[in-house]
Design a protein around this ligand. Structure first.
Ligand SMILES: [Zn+2]
Length: 196
């Protein structure tokens, strides 16, 4: 039994080390210390996200490896892998609290709760972003559909898609994934208050 436990620990240590080497040098350096907590090694994104800021709107251009180091696997899967969470499963699809929704990857202010509307699609839906450049758009022709992808205007994280079946005043529906949103309750900045 003891041998079996030691064997499992060695396997876990090896997995983590290999993963660390595949990334950048700092991750490799940290690997030996981190192997003491082999249980935590199952969650690769353990570093603090140094790029996260709710006030800095400077464009971020990071490598995939850099994102992998600072995002949780769940956020990474949607933000960088363009995955879509299942409807009615995210934490914000039916949220009604007053506040501001920020990009979970970089902290960019994206939407005010006053622009959020009750949608039966199962994902948090908004009729306008907090400022024009809060998001950007790209054509998405995957899955045999012609859609418009919505990305974070600061870090290019995949947020969701936009459709033309929203309510007034814009008639647009920003259909977002909860996992890439951070909600902060309280008063929201007015439209355009953080720039264009
Ligand atoms: Zn972002």
């Amino acid at each position: 039994m003891l041998l079996r436990i030691v064997g499992l620990l060695l396997v876990a240590t090896c997995c983590f080390s290999c993963d660390g080497q595949a990334q950048t040098a700092p991750a490799k350096a940290k690997a030996s210390a981190a192997t003491k907590t082999a249980a935590k090694a199952a969650t690769p994104a353990t570093g603090r996200n140094l790029y996260y800021s709710r006030t800095d709107t400077t464009r971020l251009r990071l490598s995939d490896a850099q994102w992998k180091q600072v995002l949780t696997p769940e956020v990474y899967r949607v933000a960088r892998g363009k995955d879509t969470e299942r409807p009615f499963t995210g934490k914000y699809w039916n949220a009604e609290a007053k506040g501001t929704y920020y990009c979970a990857a970089c902290g960019n202010a994206l939407f005010r709760s006053t622009a959020k509307f009750a949608s039966d699609c199962g994902w948090p839906s908004f009729f306008e972003p907090l400022r024009t450049k809060a998001v950007r758009y790209e054509a998405d022709n995957t899955l045999g559909m012609e859609r418009t992808e919505v990305l974070c205007g600061r870090c290019d994280a995949h947020l969701g898609h936009i459709f033309n079946d929203g309510p007034p005043p814009t008639g647009q529906r920003y259909c977002m994934n909860s996992i890439v949103l951070d909600f902060v309750p309280g008063k929201s900045p007015a439209f355009g208050a953080l720039g264009n």
